[in-house]
Ligand binder design. Structure first.
Ligand code: NAP
Length: 481
């Protein structure tokens, strides 16, 4: 196996039909910790996207004709290459996105786990023989790749969100045109570089960077694209859904969350605090499954908030490249302004600052704990996407379930209790796609990831993770008399 040099991995061109191309113009990728330019990448639009779609369409014929074993072999090779380049991939990720290097390393491994999982899963795509309604007919169903897949991904997990889409699509026999977020295209281009080195043929994987509206319009209106898989904000998700309607594309949507994190008075408080730190402050609070509202039962509210404040004091804020840093910068000025607005709104409406500073230092926000938060405040009603833990009190199970479910989002929820009956009741009643019980860390390639309500539909990973990329075709063979 030949390893790529760090320079080779730091690809700044787009991939269309196996060619690395530049564009008529470029835009800058900035390091959010330093504000310095990391690279410039092509500012492409509709016509390049159309070329990428055409290439993906043509390449699909041969790619889907490979045996599952052959596609699996290429994906396994890609997985090996990702692991072999894990350190430079992680450094690139921290440079363009800001998260602490330890988290970037974990993300690269997490992304790679999907490549391995789907390399294995594609060898077990079975059809069905169906008991017939007519002795002269044999009925069966087969699964076939949907065709060209468009993938649009966000900046908060620039490696894993893309790997989680590319792996099942390629494994299923689909070809892909992907558009990474403008803040973090380098992780995507590096993954594509390794995919090419692993033997993914020309046209099977295409990456375009540039104007989101122009690229998005082409991806959603072009009839050759048969599926859109999107991870990002609910607002953009709704727009893309509308745009996909005219060509009736299959769609998977992984959208925003507003996760409740509930601590019942019988919880192990140390475990609950540990869970809150992981769930709330990982990636500086910029994860879709982040605890956004921390509901604490009245009897333990003071004890829990004191312990949480103590734990938060130990979190170190700084450049993700520095050893020991656990909170990096926010991604950009827009994110900083949003977090600031949420904090100011809370403080203006009765919340108390228990820990942290009111103002950020550039893009660096010291982690904040807010007490006495009420449901109508912005920090509780909207996704803050920052290192802010708002604490809300609740009376009993019915009260907290009503509050937790009073959201249009339905991605993840967490709760802590030692009562097994309550664990079952609450898990069943929460209106979300994923529940963490006595844990703040739930993501893994072996389980289905996704939401309900306005958090979207479709599932990534897990035993049925290929289904979103396969069409079921029913065959009715007559004339058997
Ligand atoms: P975003 O603004 O919706 O952007 C996501 C992607 O959509 C980016 O690639 C963006 O491109 C692109 N985009 C924006 N406008 C578009 C348009 N008109 N047409 C086509 N594409 C367009 O979201 P974000 O701020 O990057 O990500 C944070 C959000 O993602 C949060 O709400 C978070 O909860 C959600 N998220 C959900 C999951 C999940 O699995 N449910 C996982 C991670 C994140 P540009 O960057 O070029 O604008």
């Amino acid at each position: 196996m030949t390893l790529l040099t760090d320079d080779d991995l730091r690809e700044t061109r787009c991939l269309i039909n196996g060619e690395w191309i530049t564009g008529p113009a470029t835009f800058d990728v900035l390091n959010p910790a330093t504000g310095q330019r990391v690279a410039s990448v092509p500012l492409l639009g509709a016509s390049h996207t159309r070329s990428a779609i055409d290439a993906a369409h043509k390449a699909g014929t041969n790619w889907k004709a490979l045996t599952a074993h052959e596609r699996s072999g290429i994906l396994k090779c890609w997985h090996t290459l990702i692991l072999a380049h894990a350190e430079p991939l992680a450094r690139l990720l921290t440079e363009e996105m800001g998260k602490p290097l330890a988290e970037a390393r974990a993300e690269v491994m997490y992304g790679a786990s999907y490549v391995e999982w789907f390399a294995e899963a594609c060898r077990r795509v079975y059809g069905e023989v169906i008991p017939s309604h007519d002795p002269r007919k044999q009925l069966s169903a087969v699964r076939q790749p949907v065709g060209v897949v468009a993938a649009i991904t966000p900046w908060n997990f620039p490696n894993a969100m893309l790997a989680r889409k590319l792996a099942p699509a390629l494994a299923a026999g689909c070809t892909v045109v992907a558009k990474p977020a403008e803040q973090t295209p380098l992780s995507a281009l590096a993954l594509a570089k390794l995919a090419c080195a692993a033997g993914v043929p020309a046209g099977v994987l295409n990456i375009v960077t540039g104007d989101p509206a122009a690229i998005g319009s082409e991806l959603t209106s072009n009839p050759l694209v048969r599926k859109l898989t999107f991870t990002g904000s609910t607002a953009v998700g709704k727009l893309l859904l509308r745009q996909c309607a005219d060509t009736v594309k299959r769609v998977s949507m992984e959208l925003g969350g507003n996760a409740p994190f509930i601590v019942f008075d019988d919880a192990d408080l140390d475990e609950a605090v540990e869970g809150a730190i992981i769930s709330k402050f990982r990636n500086a609070g910029q994860t879709c499954v982040c605890a956004n509202r921390l509901f604490v039962q009245e009897g333990i509210y003071d004890a829990f908030s004191a312990r949480l404040v103590e734990a938060v004091r130990h979190l170190r804020v700084g450049d993700g490249m520095q050893e020991g840093v656990s909170i990096g910068p926010l991604i950009d000025d827009r994110a900083r302004r949003k977090v600031e607005r949420h904090v100011q709104d809370a403080l203006a409406h009765g919340a108390v600052l228990l820990q942290g500073a009111r103002e950020p230092d550039g893009f660096f926000f010291a982690p904040i704990v807010l007490g006495d938060v009420t449901p109508s405040l912005l920090v509780a009603s909207a996704e803050t996407f920052g290192p802010v833990a708002p604490l809300l009190r609740f009376r009993d199970e019915a009260d907290v379930l009503a509050q937790a479910n009073a959201s249009e989002a339905g991605l993840a929820a967490y709760f802590f209790t030692r009562d097994i009956a309550r664990a079952h009741r609450v898990a069943a009643a929460l209106e979300v796609g994923m529940v963490g019980i006595n844990t703040g860390a739930i993501s893994t390639e072996v389980a289905p990831f996704g939401g309900i309500k306005e958090s979207g539909y479709g599932r990534e990973g897990g035993p049925n993770g290929l289904d979103d990329y396969l069409d079921v075709k029913y065959l009715c063979l007559g004339g058997l008399n």
